[in-house]
Design a protein around this ligand. Sequence first.
Ligand code: COA
Length: 320
Amino acid sequence: MCVKILGTGRSMPDKCLTNDDIAKIVDTSDEWIKSRVGIETRHIAENETTTSMAADAAKKALIRAKVNAEDIELIIVASVTGDNAVPATACQVQDIIGATNAMAFDINSACAGFDVALNTVIAYFGAGIYKTALIIGAETLSGIVDWEDRSTCVLFGDGAGAAVVQYSEDGLADFIQGADGGRGAALNKPNAPVKNPFKKGTDKETGLYMDGQAVFKFAVKTVPQCIEELLKKNNLEKDDIKYYIIHQANKRIIQSVAKRMCESEDKFPSNVSKYGNTSGASIPILLDEMNENKMLNPGDKIILCGFGGGLSWGATLIKW
Ligand code: COA
C-alpha cells in the first residue's frame, strides 16, 4: 500500500473574527480564549458554502499537483456540515471541477474525517481499484454551533483543505483507525427535524453540544496511543517521524499530546491560533500551509492524526 500526495490546496472564508469580536456576542474574553485553547481568530463563512470552499481548495490542489480533473478516479469529501443531505458534497465538487470520470461520496467521521478519507483511499489503492484520488475536508461549523453557548462557539471556524493523492511504488502508507459510539454523546448535533405527520413531539433544532472535559481526556489519551501503535506496527521509532500533523482542536490538547509522547512541540506544527477548530478541514489546511512553506521534503515520514465526534479517530503514516 503506497501513496504520494501530489498537491494540496486550501480555501478560507474572507471574514475573519477576532476573540474581541466574539466577546460582543457572548460573555467571554480574548484572555480566556487564548489561555484555554490558544485561538486568536477564526474565519466564518458569509458568502462561502461548504461546497464552494471544497471546490476552491480542490482546484488549487489539482493545479499544484499538475493533474487534470478528468484524471481523478475518486473524490471523497470529509464533512459534518455538507450544504445538502443529498446530493453529497463530493458529487457537487465533481460537477464544479469537471472531474467527470470520478466516483464521488462523502464520509462523516467529524474531526477524524480527513484521516478516514485518506485511509479509505489507501484501501482502494491497495485493492488495485483506483490510482488517483482527490480528498477534501470542508466545514461550515458556524452553521451548527450554538451561538449562545460560550463554551463551544468560541472554538470553531470554517474552511476547507484538499489533497490530490496517487498510488506510487515509491510511497508509504499505513493506518489505524477506530470508533467508540458508546461515548458519542460527548460531542453531538442532532439533525434539524422536518414537520412529520407520523411523529409526535415538538423537537426543536439545537446547536452543537460538547462535554469539553470528556473530549479533552479522550483526545490526550487516544492520540498518543494510536500514534504509538502505528509506529510499533511499522517498526519505526519516534525519531523516524518528521512531523505529527494532528487535528487542530486546541493548543492545550496539542501541548498535552506532545508532552505525553515525550516529543518536542516543534514536531507538532499548529495553526489553530489563526483558524480555530475546523473539524475535518483542519489537517488538510495545515498540510497545505506546510507544503506552501516548504516544510516537507521528499522522503519525510509524517503521521496525520484526527480525533473527535463519534467518538472516532484515525492515524495515517505516509512518506512525503
Ligand atoms: N469564556 C469565558 N468563560 C468560559 C468560556 C468562555 N468562552 N467557556 C466556558 N467558560 C467558563 C465556564 O462557564 C466555567 O465557569 P464557572 O466555573 O463559573 O462555571 C469555567 O469557564 C470553566 O468551564 P469548564 O467547561 O470547566 O472549562 P474547562 O477548563 O473544561 O475548559 C474547554 C473548557 C472547552 C477549553 C476544555 O474542556 C477543552 O479544551 N476541551 C476540549 C474541547 C475540544 O477541543 N473539542 C474538540 C475536539 S474535536
